[in-house]
Design a protein around this ligand. Sequence first.
Ligand SMILES: Cc1cc2nc3c(=O)[nH]c(=O)nc-3n(C[C@H](O)[C@H](O)[C@H](O)COP(=O)(O)OP(=O)(O)OC[C@H]3O[C@@H](n4cnc5c(N)ncnc54)[C@H](O)[C@@H]3O)c2cc1C
Length: 553
Amino acid sequence: MDPERERIQEDLRGLVRGEVRCDDVFVQLYSTDASIYQVRPLGVVRPRTAHDVAACLRYAAERQIPIHARGAGTGLAGESLGPGLVLDFSCHFRRILARHDERVRVQPGVVHERLNAFLERSGRTFGPDPAMSHVTTLGSVAAIDGAGSRWLKYGSARRHVLAMQIVLADGTVMEVGREPLVGGQSVDADPRKRDLINRLADVLGRNAQMIERHQPRSRVNRSGYHLAGVLSEDALDLPRLLVGSEGTLALFTELELATQPLPRHRGLALLFFERLESAARAVEEILTFAPTACDLMDRRHLTLARETDDRFAQLIPPSAEAMLLVEQDGEDGAGVREQMRALVDRIRRRRRLAFDARQTSSPDEMELYWQLPRRVVPTLYRLKGSTRAVPFVEDIAAPPETLPKFLPEMQNILKQHQVTAALFGHAGHGQLHIRPFLDLSDPQHVAVLQQLANDLYEAVFRFGGTISGEHADGLSRTPFIRRQYGPLYHVFREVKRIFDPLNLLNPGKIVGDDPELHLRHLRPSELAATAISPPWASTEGARLPASAGPATG
Ligand SMILES: Cc1cc2nc3c(=O)[nH]c(=O)nc-3n(C[C@H](O)[C@H](O)[C@H](O)COP(=O)(O)OP(=O)(O)OC[C@H]3O[C@@H](n4cnc5c(N)ncnc54)[C@H](O)[C@@H]3O)c2cc1C
């Protein structure tokens, strides 16, 4: 360990109760996530309390050391990586603190799946359903405004975070929620909080028109800071702004979340298409049935699925070019089944868009159908050969009604660059996870990646979409945010300065001046290919950071 790391480790061990590790093993372990990047941090702290977090932030502020919050490290854009101190919330912040009728209070390291298993006992659920539920931590779901297949019913995390305990960049611990304003000003008793709210209200008020003018038309948008709808006449909604800020404005130490009743009945349909465009055209019709999910898989995924499991081989017709998985739910089982039947009938027989379909409400079969999207994406990472399915432009979203035109445009762009790609998407809300097959150890492929991103994002902007619908901006998308938002980018900068004047919280993400950030810190492709099951995941001894596992998204 070099002397600087040794000194920091010693200093911090005197300040916090959690573990502090700056040795090579830990630094290496925390240098990657599920993205294509690798950055070695100075060291790792596993805080036990909000006091530990505050002490780290004060120490970092005195010495100008960047801080990078981390949950399970399954981010696809390198959003938790950086050269400073990593604060890992997944080890000790794992308590569900309190449950009331329609809300629950949790620490940020609670795993998404565990919370929902707990809530299920009282017939409730936390709605947003990111695919990596079995490892994803709730602090991160809030930090990236996570969502999943059931966005059509529940939306993203932002809609469900009611209040939070945060630690500011200078170590101040604060409880925040929808903060009341009187005559446009905060009357909070705490002068630090009053000042924060008033400065934010001033920036958002002055730029209200610009904020409205520069919102994408897509239904989902994770990119940049979420400024729309934060300021109203009588309140400033701080969780609405902080959700999706990727650890760049404040760190979360407690979250108060809204919960929803679990539906009594569900039904699923698989619709098979001979052309991707037919599936895209079917989406608009399907949305009139108000489904809870409408996911799209392309031929490449379907072929992989058929090769993965005999049951999928029997389920999926070999000639299918695309498939839509559609879910409905409700309180009345017969009603749900009838809705599904009418939906399948409309798409298959009346509109003749799908050539085949399956429909079920049996729990075992529904579980099998859901495994289709959930088991197939990881197999993409295991394909043999030097090229890999690269997460880089994997989070674009367009208004769903534009998909019949946008998808052919996207395919043309891929063709122009002579690149093949796999496409999985939450088509019902226009979220498209596209992964081009490239070899990042080849500089020519890196150049293609850059040009592809330029052309694809130009098309996304033309269609009113966004470069990130649910993952994050992180290292891979921050350089493109300015193009999406134009002059609004300066307002992001002002907001960042109010929260983090020394630029120490996850610096360079969302607000940053490096136009080449997305091309720095690339991991050699062989290493990137192991992201789903890293070699160190099986190492025994010290508790290791959770690794990305099988899922989709
Ligand atoms: C195969 C695969 C499928 C995926 N599918 C989905 C999907 O369906 N939907 C989806 O939304 N995402 C998806 N993702 C992306 C990723 O899993 C999610 O973004 C997930 O929520 C990240 O959780 P994590 O605990 O691993 O966070 P990390 O990757 O560790 O961190 C994510 C971000 O949260 C910040 N953060 C963490 N804790 C805190 C805290 N306490 N305070 C402030 N900031 C904090 C970090 O700084 C970072 O910016 C997928 C990823 C993979 C590999």
